[in-house]
Design a protein around this ligand. Structure first.
Ligand SMILES: [Zn+2]
Ligand SMILES: [Zn+2]
Length: 268
């Protein structure tokens, strides 16, 4: 594994132990995967540590956390950056219980721009998972931030990969069954917006939802105008108001459908 220590990437205060809380028990259930949930563009590797330092500053100065939120981060070139590392509680999984439960490994992949992990990155993430398991120690449970918490993180490509058991690129594997509907429901039952704890993912999610609603309203406004003009061209023997009302009802039904879609699927 190409591990980049805190000293090597120039973590703030790397000469001192991280200020993050030690885990209260010795063993984690497993590992949760994350992505950035923001725009991200690929870069040459000499700029990856700049990005990790920038994230650390954002989490410490912006969110007021004791350190960068993730246990480990994996760049597109397959290097594994030590975040809070082993034995210290991450602050990325949504709340203290979830942070206690699993390690948090973030792949440097965005919700726009670069949205799919590279092969090198998948190898790096696989290395980080194995490292957490053997050295953490952690059990074999593997999933994403969205398991048990309402977020789109880690994005579909990484989530699907995690649920297949994180196979190395090129390796053949038996796909795991898709997550059941009950798992999806659970994510919503425990929806609790924790403010700064989850700022990045929650804002990305809300921005995505707002964009959809805006696009939808624009479409509805356009449709209404089109129907009015169409109905007025139909002639005197047509009840324009009745036609408009019928079409408006159809639009309302469609809006309700889309509304269900917006709240029922998590895309950011
Ligand atoms: Zn996440
Ligand atoms: Zn890199």
């Amino acid at each position: 594994m190409k591990l980049v220590s805190r000293a090597a990437w120039g973590a703030r205060g790397y000469r001192l132990p991280s200020g993050a809380t030690l885990y209260s028990s010795s063993r984690r259930r497993g590992v949760k995967l994350h992505y950035l949930g923001t725009a991200y563009s690929d870069r040459s590797h000499d700029r990856c540590d700049d990005y990790v330092r920038q994230l650390q500053a954002q989490h410490m100065d912006g969110n007021g956390w004791s350190d960068i939120g993730y246990s480990f981060l994996v760049c597109t070139h397959g290097y594994v950056y030590e975040g809070r590392g082993l034995r210290r509680r991450n602050s990325a999984n949504g709340n203290t219980t979830l942070n206690e439960q699993d390690y948090a490994v973030c792949l440097l992949v965005g919700s726009s721009g670069l949205t799919r992990p590279t092969d090198a990155q998948l190898h790096g993430a696989r290395n980080a998972i194995d490292y957490c398991r053997s050295e953490g120690p952690a059990g074999t449970w593997l999933g994403g931030h969205r398991d048990g918490y309402a977020t789109s993180c880690p994005g579909d490509p990484i989530y699907v990969w995690a649920k297949k058991g994180a196979p190395r690129p090129g390796a053949t594997s038996t796909p795991a069954p898709a997550p059941s509907e009950e798992d999806d429901m659970e994510a919503f039952d425990v929806w609790a917006y924790k403010g700064k704890d989850e700022a990045t993912d929650a804002y990305a999610y809300l921005r995505g939802t707002n964009r959809k609603v805006d696009a939808l309203l624009t479409q509805v406004a356009g449709l209404s105008a089109a129907v009015q003009s169409l109905a007025s061209q139909l002639g005197d023997d047509v009840d324009t108001e009745q036609v408009v009302a019928a079409v408006q009802q159809a639009i309302r039904d469609a809006v309700i459908q889309v509304d269900v879609d917006i709240t029922g699927t998590q895309t950011a």
